[in-house]
Design a protein around this ligand. Structure first.
Ligand SMILES: [Zn+2]
Length: 295
């Protein structure tokens, strides 16, 4: 990391620690958020969860020990609600007056079963995994995981098998669609987009009992036609990669999420920072450093 970025990261961490341990965060949570943020809801977007010693080159993972600490924080200060219940609430314009958090995973990596599922079980934390149906059980890695791009260890980039999915198919974990082949939908023909949406929905709804009619845009990429296609294909809501809080949702097919990855929540010494995580999911970092880069 360049020297300038290291200094920025240290400053950001010092700000977070000062706010957290001075009690300012607690005041913000108890008063400001209560009065000025009536719809207190955030949906988190994860991809991968790795064993503590593993690294990923493209920065889409959190470590198990980091996720465990995040879950502990969520348990203490938030109501962890399942994504289908959140969507149902949003569709009725329900105001979430208690701090509420939802958990999603995109793509469907095998580590969701190996590393995340035991922790979600342990803390009784519901989550929705958006599966890329065409990659299940066929050993074809995602293009960004090709050996020259990222990890060359095949085990590292493995994708969920149907067997893994069946083992997680319970009340805690639900499954939505992330298409069949993870294309950039805005530059795909309307016919193929429809096939990706309807085909993945058909396969998933036939395969798992805890399938939910929810969709996550691959690469966060869509245009108006894509959005219309998602609606026509029968989905109830769709999630973007636009970073932010739900607050008021005018369009259930443009639900924002907050991306969480290890770099965002680790201190300059490479360890999980509760202060950084807290400021991110409480929304205070967005107020203080809205144009921060994800150092
Ligand atoms: Zn994806």
């Amino acid at each position: 990391m360049p020297q300038k970025d290291k200094i920025k990261k240290i400053i950001k961490w010092i700000i977070a620690v000062s706010i957290y341990y001075s009690g300012a965060l607690s005041l913000y949570r108890r008063f400001f958020k209560k009065w000025f943020v009536p719809n207190n809801i955030i949906i988190l977007r994860y991809h991968r969860v790795l064993n503590n010693e593993k690294k990923d080159a493209i920065n889409i993972s959190v470590h198990m020990r980091s996720l465990e600490k995040q879950l502990l924080y969520m348990k203490r200060f938030f109501n962890i609600m399942s994504i289908p219940r959140i969507v149902e609430g949003l569709s009725r314009n329900h105001i979430f007056s208690k701090p509420t958090v939802g958990i999603t995973f995109d793509d469907g990596y095998k580590d969701n079963y190996i590393c995340a599922f035991p922790l979600l079980k342990k803390y009784n934390a519901p989550a929705t995994i958006f599966l890329t149906v065409g990659h299940i059980d066929n050993n074809i890695p995602f293009p960004w995981d090709a050996p020259e791009t990222a990890n060359s260890d095949a085990e590292d980039i493995a994708i969920l098998s149907w067997d893994d999915i069946y083992k997680m198919n319970d009340d805690l974990i639900s499954f939505g669609s992330h298409t069949i082949s993870h294309p950039k939908l805005s530059s795909t023909s309307a016919e193929k987009v429809y096939d990706e949406l309807v085909g993945s929905r058909r396969v998933l709804s036939g395969a798992v009992t805890n399938y939910v009619d929810l969709f996550s845009y691959p690469f966060g990429d869509f245009n108006e036609q894509t959005k219309d296609c998602v609606k026509r294909a029968g989905y109830k809501a769709a999630f973007t990669t636009r970073d932010g809080f739900c607050k008021r949702v005018n369009d259930l097919f443009l639900i924002k999420r907050k991306a969480i990855h290890e770099n965002l929540v680790k201190n300059p010494f490479g360890r999980f920072s509760k202060s950084l995580f807290a400021l991110e999911i409480e929304g205070l970092m967005d107020l203080l450093l809205p144009s921060r880069s994800y150092l």
